[in-house]
Write a protein that binds this ligand. Structure first.
Ligand code: HAS
Length: 545
């Protein structure tokens, strides 16, 4: 990757790793507060740090890492022109200015509204304006990505697009269509309301628009990890991609089914017809299929690679995976976490069972397994080769060893923290609450040990964050100069050729829009006609705890 481009991609990575540090610190403070043995100093509010934690990790870290990583994939596979690079810098600066505006607003205590910013909680207008800028920046990045592929295709008529470029394009189409929902909520509802132009806000409309965006958001995080699992990990383990067409099909299915499922976050919400909730639950079960296809494909890749290397027996191929290579080990632990993480998602989505877990800390446990383990460990796995590749350095043996240790620290910390969250959730422990003994009720007493376990797990995780930030700094500035490979896998020779219709973009987008219209039109009209006209703002008493 050319040096001038590397500078651009590294800029995204700097923001991502600074976010990791700040967000992680807030996470540590939270588990300590919730354990009941620590009080925040200087009048800092619990919801203030919870907002920083959620926004900076779930929205900023992920988005900057993903956009930066995807740019590198596009550059590697289809190239980037000077003009595109300039426009990409524009995307970076719009996103960064937006992030700063939002971050300062939260830090000043003017936006303790959590990362979902549910109305009628009201933040200072700057919070929403900053978020809108971040989204606009990502759109600019999306246009650059699409243009990159378009120009490549023009120069290579009749050829199938490189797999990674195809995957990035799908992810950005999904992201663009999904983020229109949250952009509408922010521009039409939140900004005028927070500026005082509108007196009330329609809460149900805003939550529906948010979750129209909020669920595909989680696949926007997941798909870059899948890009690495499908097309990079096979190369790292000395194998090949099991099937190009299977990988593409799973991404197309994600495009179809990621968006028309937002109601599974609103199953307990009044004002939405249960029939439409049920329909979206069925669609949610459809979106599980591409993940099952991915699991199948990974097992196949691992087994075929091992057997080809001559490792016989039932599990010889498994024993001889490159366990000592952190570029494989970190994402592998992420894959492992996705087995209970995905199972938890299926439980959440199971309509009636959702009543048991909704708004409990079980849900927090679920997303710490999925985004904070599966996705983030894969991102860490990418970091070990991508950063030295971009900075012209080497991943040394000692950093590799430290990386394996970091992965184990993360895995253990998360097992304790997320495990305790799941159990406490089943015992009725609420999410998003500071410490309370609820008047000494028996039920609240039963949560004590699990809160303590979360504090221990969270502290271990913070050690993991310090280690990772150290590794990032080392790989960026101090590792010995050298060349680090950008691993991209080839396809198995005997795989079926990828059919031409796989790149029928117009058809894929048309089906996606049709599914969205099907799942949302009637319930949305119903909500607008029948839900109360609006709610007056609810301003947090700032310094809340
Ligand atoms: Fe979720 C809530 C349903 C996946 C993130 N989810 C959340 C929230 C977040 C989140 C952040 O239906 C909280 C939002 C909030 O603040 O309120 N989720 C699902 C379902 C899936 C799912 C059905 N979630 C994710 C992913 C996330 C994520 C991925 C982030 C990246 N989720 C829900 C629901 C709620 C929810 C409800 C609302 C709950 C409520 O009431 O509020 C599915 O996509 C999961 C499918 C996954 C699988 C696993 C496949 C396994 C693989 C690994 C293979 C392993 C290998 C290694 C090869 C079926 C691919 C093997 C080696 C060996 C040795 C064994």
């Amino acid at each position: 990757i050319p040096k001038q481009e590397a500078k651009l991609y590294m800029s995204f990575m700097y923001v991502a790793f600074i976010s990791l540090f700040i967000g992680g610190l807030m996470g540590l403070l939270q588990v300590l507060v919730r354990s009941g043995s620590f009080t925040l100093p200087f009048g800092i509010g619990y919801y203030q740090i919870l907002t920083v934690h959620g926004v900076i990790l779930a929205l900023v870290l992920t988005t900057f890492f993903i956009i930066g990583f995807q740019f590198t994939l596009m550059s590697k596979t289809v190239g980037m022109s000077v003009k595109q690079r300039k426009v990409s810098w524009l995307a970076f600066w719009i996103m960064t200015i937006g992030t700063l505006v939002t971050a300062v607003t939260i830090l000043l205590g003017k936006a303790s509204v959590l990362y979902t910013f549910y109305a009628p909680l009201k933040a200072h207008p700057a919070f929403y304006i900053g978020l809108a800028l971040v989204i606009v920046g990502t759109w600019v990045a999306a246009f650059v990505n699409w243009r990159q592929l378009y120009l490549w295709k023009k120069g290579h008529p009749g050829e199938k697009s490189p797999l990674l470029a195809f995957m990035v394009t799908i992810n950005m189409i999904m992201w663009f269509i999904a983020s229109l929902g949250v952009a509408a909520a922010v521009l039409v509802q939140f900004i005028p309301w927070s500026l005082g132009y509108a007196e009330t806000i329609n809460v149900l409309v805003s939550r529906t628009l948010f979750w129209y965006f909020g669920h595909p958001l989680v696949y926007f995080w997941l798909l870059p990890a899948y890009m690495a699992w499908y097309a990079i990990i096979p190369k790292i383990i000395g194998g090949k991609l099991f099937s190009d067409s299977l990988a593409r099909l799973s991404f197309v299915l994600f495009l179809f089914f990621s968006i028309p499922v937002g109601f599974h976050h609103q199953l307990t919400e009044p004002g939405i017809d249960p029939t439409w909730k049920f329909i979206q639950v069925v669609l949610t079960f459809m979106v599980i299929i591409p993940s099952l296809m991915t699991a199948f494909s990974l097992f196949a890749t691992f087994e075929i690679t091992g057997r080809r290397k001559g490792y016989g027996g039932l599990f010889g191929w498994f024993k001889h995976l490159p366990w000592k290579d952190v570029r494989f080990f970190a994402p592998f632990v992420g894959m492992l976490a996705f087995i209970p993480g995905g199972a938890g998602g299926i439980i959440n989505a199971s309509h009636q069972v959702n009543t048991l877990v909704h708004n409990t800390i079980w849900v927090t446990g679920h997303f710490h397994l999925t985004v904070a383990t599966t996705v983030i460990l894969t991102f860490f796995g990418i970091t070990y080769w991508l950063i030295p590749h971009l900075t012209g350095r080497k991943l040394t043996k000692s950093v590799n060893r430290l990386g394996i240790f970091q992965t184990i620290v993360w895995g253990v910390g998360m097992l304790i923290m997320s495990g305790a969250m799941h159990i406490q959730g089943l015992l009725g422990g609420p999410r998003r609450s500071a410490y309370s003994d609820y008047g000494g009720t028996e039920q609240a007493v039963s949560w004590g040990a699990y809160q303590m376990a979360q504090a221990i797990g969270g502290t271990i995780l913070f050690v993991g964050i310090i280690l990772m930030v150290y590794i990032f700094i080392k790989l960026t500035f101090f590792s010995p100069k050298g060349v680090e490979e950008f691993p991209v896998a080839e396809e198995e020779e005997n795989a079926e050729p990828t059919p031409k219709w796989m790149e029928n973009w117009k058809l894929w987008i048309a089906i996606t829009i049709a599914l969205i219209l099907f799942a949302y039109t009637i319930p949305f009209v119903d909500i607008i006609q029948n839900s109360p006209p609006g709610s007056v703002p609810f301003d947090w008493p700032i310094g809340n705890s």
